[in-house]
Design a protein around this ligand. Structure first.
Ligand SMILES: Nc1ncnc2c1ncn2[C@@H]1O[C@H](COP(=O)(O)OP(=O)(O)OP(=O)(O)O)[C@@H](O)[C@H]1O
Ligand SMILES: [Mg+2]
Length: 235
């Protein structure tokens, strides 16, 4: 599905991403664990050339080279990126946000059917379709962001720290919903600091530290990885 090879990204002299290679298989959920400033957001942006600066490396998506792709084309080739901080339209209702999500050409056909499928994955949103998103809780807004991304009919979903700023109980509910998204067959790449929540839905993961991949493995082995424990679990 996604094969990123030797990605490096510089902001001026600062090397934010250093020779990073990652893969996501069809229907696979992969997590990138990294602390603040490790380069997680830069990596997601680098995959779709949304970095305004020098970058090196090669990105293959569905066996196609997509290096240097124009930002407006990303969603049309089937990549949906839910950025850090969600990027939902807070003045609009849940329903309006979802309908806007179906705006890309690839997503217009069958949008009504997809809306029903997406709402089935997020029952909490189904109950609140007419609510203005700005009045919703952080966890609900994150659900709107993911649901809207799914409306674009992606082949790959990129999620930038979905748990950011959410209370533990809300994180649990959000990740239950993300599990349903995964089980629908969606390919997912999630960057996170919440080790337990993200490894609970992932099959594989990478550990990103100061712009480099310093570890990788099956999700169930990463929880016990000394590097992960040291970086995130305090022992
Ligand atoms: N536009 C930019 N200009 C200059 N430096 C940047 C820019 N964006 C990010 N950086 C730097 O690159 C490094 C990686 O940033 P990035 O946002 O990718 O980290 P992150 O892992 O997503 O962190 P966080 O968990 O805080 O979101 C940081 O040192 C950051 O200061
Ligand atoms: Mg970030």
């Amino acid at each position: 599905m996604l094969d990123a090879r030797n990605l490096s990204v510089r902001y001026g002299k600062h090397l934010a991403l250093n020779d990073v290679s990652i893969k996501v298989g069809h229907g696979e959920c992969v997590v990138i664990l990294g602390a603040n400033g490790a380069g997680k957001s830069t990596l997601l942006r680098g995959l779709t050339s949304m970095v305004p600066i020098a970058s090196e490396g090669d990105v293959l998506f569905l066996d196609r080279h997509i290096g240097g792709i124009a930002p407006q084309k990303v969603v049309e080739i089937g990549i949906a990126h839910v950025p850090e901080g969600r990027g939902v339209f807070t003045e609009m209702t849940v329903d309006e946000n979802l309908r806007l999500g179906a705006n890309p050409r690839r997503a217009r056909e069958g949008a009504e059917g997809r809306r029903k499928e997406v709402l089935a994955l997020f029952p909490r949103l189904a109950e609140r379709q007419r609510q203005r998103v700005g009045t919703m809780s952080g966890g609900e807004q994150q659900m709107v962001a993911v649901a809207r991304a799914l409306m674009s009919k992606p082949d790959l979903l990129l999620l930038d720290e979905p748990s950011l700023g959410l209370a533990p109980i809300v994180v649990g509910e959000l990740f239950q919903a993300l599990k349903r998204v995964r089980d629908s067959g969606m390919s997912m790449l999630v960057v996170e600091q919440n080790v337990r929540a993200s490894l609970s839905i992932a099959s594989r993961g990478y550990l990103l530290e100061a712009g480099r991949i310093v570890g990788e493995g099956a999700a169930n082995t990463l929880m016990d990885d000394p590097g992960v424990r040291k970086a995130f679990l305090g022992h």
